[in-house]
Design a protein around this ligand. Structure first.
Ligand code: SF4
Length: 116
């Protein structure tokens, strides 16, 4: 069972009670349905994977780009906040691609990236 996710879509992680900068934050993805997703790794065709993200409301009609004034409105939506909270606090519930890609700290990180 997975114990922790180090989301590459986050600007930092907490490791041993210290914050470490993610110097290579993964970009959000704009997908063919007209939605944004936290990264391109979430853009899967298989229905059971799509459903893992849909469960958090990321595919809700209200979150389509065309139905929002700005990208920030989507990123700050309750659905997106809930998704990111889950990644950090309940990693065992994370969708498969998140567990696959983000269950370890990328090896381009070192002590120099720790915040003071
Ligand atoms: S796979 Fe999941 S945890 Fe990793 S960057 Fe993408 S959305 Fe974030």
């Amino acid at each position: 069972m997975i114990k922790k996710i180090y989301p590459q879509c986050h600007p930092y992680w907490v490791v041993d009670d210290k914050k470490i900068k993610n110097t290579n934050v993964k970009a959000i993805a704009y997908i063919s349905t007209g939605h944004l997703l936290p990264c391109c790794w979430c853009d899967f065709e298989k229905a059971h994977v799509v459903n893992q993200y849909a469960e958090y409301g990321l595919f809700d009609k209200d979150l389509k780009v065309e139905n929002n004034e700005s990208v920030i409105d989507i990123l700050m939506s309750p659905e997106w906040k809930s998704f990111h909270k889950m990644l950090l606090e309940e990693p065992e519930k994370a969708p498969g691609p998140c567990k696959h890609h983000c269950s370890f700290i990328p090896n381009n990180q070192d002590e120099s990236n720790y915040f003071d």
